[in-house]
Design a protein around this ligand. Structure first.
Ligand code: NI
Length: 177
């Protein structure tokens, strides 16, 4: 178990485009996934991308179990997604609040496709091909953005809808991704 430091916005490594993974199932990839999982759980995050711990590979993990403290979000199964490709389904963008472990303590209102298909491979190299919507689709878009060096504040259309958690949502406990 290794909890890694999560890079914060301003670190140039978060702006780099990550490289594809050549081979699944290697010991190096297993170690990376273990560290990412431990780090995400430790910080109570909903997702984490490898560049956030300083590893420039196209690897994301995400997953979220229903919790009474976060009543607005539906379950998202724990997923390891390597070399992801996203295909939006429909033109519909919906605004939703996002946070990020690399932008701690803040929230912004971000437009994302409501529904999309994502493909890639899992930790064992098996193909993943899913059609998802709503919060699940949002989390995937947020994480895959990290692989292209994009942090969610760059997606905010109205910067009046960007601020600190305790000012925006007094008394609420929020999850970051
Ligand atoms: Ni993030």
């Amino acid at each position: 178990m290794a909890i890694r430091e999560v890079l914060k916005m301003g670190d140039p490594r978060l702006l780099a485009v990550a490289d594809p993974v050549d081979a699944a199932g290697t010991p190096e990839l297993e170690r990376l996934l273990t560290d990412m999982h431990d780090t995400m759980r430790h910080l109570n995050g909903a997702g984490l991308a490898a560049p956030q711990i300083g590893v420039g590979l196209r690897v994301v993990i995400f997953g979220f179990e229903q919790n009474p403290r976060y009543p607005a979000a539906e379950d998202v199964p724990f997923t390891v997604l390597i070399n992801p490709k996203l295909t939006p389904l429909g033109e519909g963008l919906v605004d939703g609040w996002e946070g990020c472990l690399s932008v701690p303590g803040m929230r912004g209102l971000v437009p994302r496709y409501r529904q999309l298909r994502y493909t890639g491979i899992g930790a064992d190299g098996a193909a993943i091909d899913r059609i998802v919507g709503d919060f699940h689709a949002r989390v995937v878009q947020h994480e895959v953005d990290h692989l292209d060096g994009i942090l969610y504040p760059r997606r905010i259309r109205d910067l009046t809808q960007f601020g600190f958690n305790d000012a925006l949502f007094p008394g609420q406990v929020l999850v970051d991704d």
